[in-house]
Design a protein around this ligand. Structure first.
Ligand SMILES: Cc1cn([C@H]2C[C@H](O)[C@@H](COP(=O)(O)OP(=O)(O)O[C@H]3O[C@@H](C)C(=O)[C@@H](O)[C@H]3O)O2)c(=O)[nH]c1=O
Length: 182
């Protein structure tokens, strides 16, 4: 497993070791010991999620506030997405900055997004299937959303037309008005 630093120290790109042969490929998509070593501390996941989205769907920017902020380990197993983690920890030197990375079935990359970050992705292929592990259970009453096009974050989404959003995401807050982390 190869761990790649990003512009935000706590956010890591993980490239699994892929074993290819004439049958196809095999790789360990998650190994608790190797992951803890990569991140530098014990991380426990309690929930696995799986979504499928059509081209141009944008889900995000989502997070859960205390007392159940979620760390997320995300990957794309069909198609391709542009995945974004936004630092929403007010005391962080990288507050309101983001990491964007292409995740796809072919590059098999994963992104570790610690608690304290908002997360979102836009689908670039005809369809995308997206799997992720979370460190806290889903708590809808603690869920919050920040606008995908918040000018203060100013994410360069690789899309040329407006994305397809859920009703919730269409009415998300600006970062300046959002409940974030200290
Ligand atoms: C996130 C989630 C949703 N649901 C339900 C609620 C709702 O009826 C249906 C769809 O939920 P949503 O529209 O919120 O799904 P979605 O817009 O895909 O939300 C996800 O977006 C990405 C970017 C994230 O980072 C995730 O944490 C999550 O917020 O699934 C669960 O049962 N458990 C969950 O953990």
């Amino acid at each position: 497993m190869n761990v790649i630093d990003t512009a935000i120290p706590d956010v890591k790109i993980i490239e699994p070791r892929v074993f290819g042969d004439e049958r196809g490929f095999f790789f360990e998509s998650f190994n608790q010991d190797q992951f803890n070593q990569a991140i530098g501390h014990q991380v426990t996941f309690v929930q696995d999620n799986h979504s499928r989205s059509s081209k141009s769907v944008l889900r995000g920017l989502h997070y859960q506030i205390s007392p159940a902020p979620q760390g997320k380990l995300v990957r794309c197993t069909f198609g391709e997405v542009f995945d974004v983690a936004v630092d929403i920890r007010k005391s962080s030197p990288t507050y309101a900055q983001y990491v964007g990375v292409l995740l796809s079935a072919s590059n098999k990359k994963q992104l570790w997004i610690p608690q304290g970050f908002a997360h979102g992705f836009v689908v670039l292929s005809e369809f995308a299937e997206f799997l992720y592990k979370t460190t806290q259970f889903y708590r809808p009453e603690l869920e919050r959303a920040i606008r995908w096009d918040d000018p203060h974050i100013n994410i360069s989404w690789p899309i040329s037309a407006p994305p397809l959003l859920s009703k919730k995401d269409s009415s998300a807050s600006l970062l300046q008005d959002a409940e974030v982390f200290d």
